[in-house]
Write a protein that binds this ligand. Sequence first.
Ligand code: SAH
Ligand code: SF4
Ligand code: F3S
Length: 458
Amino acid sequence: MCRVLYSGEQEAKLKPNTMNVYIETYGCQMNEYDSEIVKSLLLENDYILVDNPEQADIILLNTCSVREHASRKVIARVHALRHLNNGRQKKIGLLGCMPTNYRRELINDKKLPIDFIAGPDSYKRLASLIDEHIDSGKRTFDIRLSRSETYSDVHPFRAQGVNAWIAVMRGCDNYCTFCVVPYTRGRERSRSVESIVNEARRLAKCGYKQVTLLGQNVNSYQHSEHDFGYLLDKVSEVDGLERIRFTSPHPKDFPRSLLRVVAENDKVCKHIHLPLQAGNTRILDMMNRTYSKEEFLDLVHEIRDFYPDMVLSTDIIVGFPTETETEFDDTVDVVAHVAFDSAFIFKYSERKGTIAARKYPDDVPEAIKTERIVRLNELQKEISLKKNKAHIGQEHKVLIESMTTKKSHTDVQGRNDGNKLVILPGGDYCTGDFVRAKIVDASAHVLKGIVTSVVHAV
Ligand code: SAH
Ligand code: SF4
Ligand code: F3S
């Protein structure tokens, strides 16, 4: 049965003493998924979900800690929400990665207007934490990390949509020296193939056309003797699902068997997010990425041998400690050489508790980090534009995801197999439909098309 509740059903669950909960999500897709888990667990405890903080008795912020900026934003938001006067006794709770990253500060700072705190593995305790806070008036918390919690027994509460996330593994054992994730999310653990396939079947029954398999390091998935390639094949056997995506993989976990599945399985989208982080081997070593510049380039060549038009995107950090101009040029060189379709580029942000924060002073000046990010973004924009323009005149299969776009209420938007955003004029098709579209224009970020036929409607 679909786990999606409609407003009528929610009202039916309403009890005189129930409280309204509003949840705001920051950070990565795993946090989006976790918010769906939290919603489901709270609904089971008779809370009511609301869409805005004004109507809420309980406000939850599901937080990210990956860069300094992400954390600062949340603290500012907590203060703003505390001042929100909605005539209710608001309670504010912090969830996600900040609780586990700033555990001591958050628990001890009496001035922070936070009522309860739950880390990513403690959501089954959330309703009790709220109750305990209400009973005692004291800040309550549970930020223990688990070696086994995967929430595979919880059916996430999803808004009706086209794409659904499925977390297939949690945690990370890689300890890239710059990264807080192994500390905020704990050790790697994978769900069984069976539980994932069952979730995918339920989603297909509910009308979802696409699932995105999630993990902090998704291709290190391993459950008994089954690896990620096996899992992809099994999920692709689910009738009704038409597209399978995955994120975020690590370049170290791409055996040929997995590349073959991605290249040859028709339902697996031809897009790989391949985080480079840096193009210089000394910096990569300091980052503990476990590959060299040459090994990364070899992997890209191998991927393109399997599937020449594979869409590639990446993550890059500029200004890692001690990175020289010549070493940064190696990153520029890899970006130019690989010609990624798109890239997320970040300035290095020192994170407390990480290996880099302990071993390497954050010594690249801010102005140099800015110079490097601007230069790389400009290069990437040129490459993205050129790659997108090459699609003009081609026909793409597009899954419609939204009946409006940021700029227009008459256009619709969707994505092609390679995950590129495609804007189309509205017509006799709607969210969840596949259409064939001829690409007529392109910018660095989007393709524009006209619909030539509707492949099938739901
Ligand atoms: N698990 C994923 C991504 C995790 S975080 C992976 O391994 O690729 C997403 C991205 O944020 C990373 O790929 C990295 O580029 C960036 N990031 C992580 N820590 C950072 C830091 N301390 N400073 C700047 N960027 C960082
Ligand atoms: Fe962080 Fe590295 Fe793990 Fe990604 S693989 S979550 S960057 S430690
Ligand atoms: Fe942020 Fe935690 Fe995701 S630190 S990127 S929300 S894993």
